[in-house]
Design a protein around this ligand. Structure first.
Ligand code: 5GP
Length: 185
């Protein structure tokens, strides 16, 4: 089993990243997922310690002071960060996958130049907007903010190592699995 390789995946909210990542994780037992800490409240169905560690702003800022994050960023009025100890422990066991946005990805690439950065694109802006609206748990204001943010995130794809398109979740997952296999096996 290969160990210690880091894969960073980014893609705008609504791009269908979680479905793709679920397929990727199911296909590779040696791939561990880094659970991020966030100050945003849980969405229905999200479990503390599984999808995120849900923490207060005070706790998050304390962790920043303790240098407990491999990277962190504030966006959409909340903090998101990768707990360093957990990431290092999981990398010891195998391959590690981070689902983080471009500001965090840049910090990781600076700290760990061997990390592989993969950006997931939506098939089109119209499709991204349709997917964001179909979620139903997001206000119009949030949708507009997320679309603006998505446009900025898509600009950042130019400095990623790989760009893949999520036209179909299974096909997109297979493309990512091929990238991982080529680098890790
Ligand atoms: P959501 O609130 O929809 O779960 O996530 C919003 C964004 O935060 C996504 O683009 C996701 O990739 C990003 N994100 C999640 N965890 C982290 C993290 O630990 N660090 C950074 N920089 N971004 C994160």
């Amino acid at each position: 089993m290969s160990k210690g390789k880091l894969f960073v995946i980014s893609g705008a909210s609504g791009v269908g990243k979680s479905t793709v990542l679920k397929l990727v994780m199911e296909a590779r037992g040696d791939l561990k997922f880094s659970v991020s800490a966030t100050t945003r409240p849980p969405r229905p169905g999200e479990v503390d310690g599984v999808h995120y560690f849900f923490v207060t702003k005070e706790r998050f800022e304390e962790m920043i002071r303790q240098n407990a994050f491999l990277e962190y960023d504030a966006h959409a009025d909340n903090y998101y960060g990768t707990p360093r100890a957990q990431a290092e422990e999981k990398m010891e066991q195998g391959l590690l996958l981070l689902d983080i946005e471009p500001m965090g990805a840049k910090q990781v690439k600076q700290a760990m130049p061997d990390a592989t950065l993969i950006f997931i694109m939506p098939p089109s802006r119209q499709e991204l907007e349709r997917r964001l609206r179909s979620r139903g748990d997001t206000s119009e204001e949030q949708i507009q903010l997320r679309l603006e943010r998505a446009a900025w995130e898509m600009e950042q794809r130019k400095w990623y190592d790989y760009v893949v398109e999520n036209d179909d979740a299974r096909r997109c997952a297979d493309e990512i699995l091929t990238i991982i296999a080529n680098l890790a096996d």
